[in-house]
Ligand binder design. Structure first.
Ligand code: GSH
Length: 348
């Protein structure tokens, strides 16, 4: 941390810190440190949640592990840095984390004025509302929300979406915004607000942690596009490629039927050139395919990631899917060939 602070100060003197440009390559820093620092939420079921022993689980957590496996060959070499919505971008800009994997929406201003770079869309989401069926029994749709008090978290895309929605629907509303998610939940549960608004996936997660989940209803509509994905700093294309292609590899693996269980077998037996390229199988003359090398990694980068956390579908199902407590359908997050939006470029 000290050396990073020193290099940041030096960067500030040289005028590079303002643009967030890294002084040394992130890949090299991660290698030297031996650990990936990954920014996650402070706790959101299905996405990033610590247990009593500080073991983290969730989709965002699995993505961090996949990057650690691809880069360092070991999914355990991750330090999870819990961040509020407000803290997350500063942590990335200042170099405190190597990657942000925290239910973060890709927007234009984050891509431009905040100096960030989104590596892909891990989860297609939209902003929704949850209401209490005992307190507001008549609210079954967002169109029934006129005059209600809505709670949300600061530093998110939510406040602006709420303002846009109520204004365009010519409905009155009151907003109560808090820095910490616990404060938002407490205000909602205490009845200080009629509705809680955030990403719909977050609402399914939060509902399960409420005192009486069945008394709370997630309204069916969404009012915005919330494409959630991992983020890096601008100015380090090599690192950006690693994070982006780790995500692409997980989706491609699902498409090709490669799972955490069969990855080794497929590597040794599959005759499919797409499988062979993704898994870094050497050519008949022993020459390497070179895709891992192109990233500055080992040829088995993708194999390591898939072995560690499974393909995209396995990650989705385990953490938020129908078999998990959240029971979210694949919907827009299904592969493109199944009618969803998950479509990633090929390894070739
Ligand atoms: N996707 C939105 C919202 C993300 C967000 O911060 N949601 C809250 C409410 S679900 C959250 O994750 N809180 C957990 C925390 O602060 O640790 C954004 O990028 O601005």
């Amino acid at each position: 941390m000290k050396t990073r602070l020193a290099s940041l100060l030096l960067g500030a003197l040289l005028g590079t810190a303002a643009t967030g440009a890294a002084t040394a390559g992130t890949l090299e820093e991660v290698r030297q440190r031996g650990v990936l620092t990954c920014g996650v939420s402070k706790g959101l079921m299905g996405f990033s949640m610590p247990d009593a022993q500080n073991n983290w689980t969730g989709m965002d957590v699995d993505f961090c592990r996949a990057v650690a496996a691809a880069v360092l060959g070991d999914p355990r070499k991750v330090e999870f840095v819990p961040l509020t919505a407000k803290e997350r971008f500063t942590a990335l800009q200042s170099g405190d984390i190597d990657v942000l994997s925290r239910n973060t929406t890709w927007t234009m201003s984050r891509d431009t004025s905040s100096g960030l770079k989104f590596a892909g869309i891990m989860y297609y989401d939209g902003q929704g509302f949850i209401v209490n069926t005992a307190r507001t029994p008549k609210v079954a749709s967002v169109n029934d929300m006129s005059g209600l008090t809505v709670c949300t978290q600061t530093g998110t895309t939510m406040e602006l979406n709420i303002a846009d929605f109520f204004r365009s629907h010519k409905m009155d509303y009151k907003l109560l915004a808090f820095d910490k998610n616990d404060e938002v939940i407490a205000a909602y549960e205490d009845g200080r607000c009629d509705a809680y608004s955030t990403d719909q996936s977050g609402l399914y997660a939060l509902r399960l942690e409420m005192k009486a989940p069945d008394d709370n209803r997630v309204l069916p509509e969404i009012i915005s596009k919330e494409p959630l994905g991992p983020v890096v700093r601008q100015g380090d294309d090599a690192w950006f490629n690693i994070v982006k292609w780790t995500y692409f590899a997980l989706v491609n693996a699902e498409e090709l039927g490669i799972t955490s269980k069969n990855v080794e077998e497929m590597k040794s037996t599959s005759a499919d050139p797409e499988v062979q390229r993704l898994l870094g199988v050497p050519g008949p003359d022993g020459s390497s395919a070179g895709f891992g090398i192109g990233l500055g990694l080992e040829e088995n980068w993708a194999e390591n990631a898939i072995k560690a956390v499974g393909n995209y579908g396995e990650i989705f199902e385990r953490n938020v899917g129908e078999g998990s407590p959240l029971k979210i359908a694949r919907g827009k997050n299904a592969l493109w060939m199944d009618g969803g939006l998950q479509y990633t470029p090929p390894v070739r």
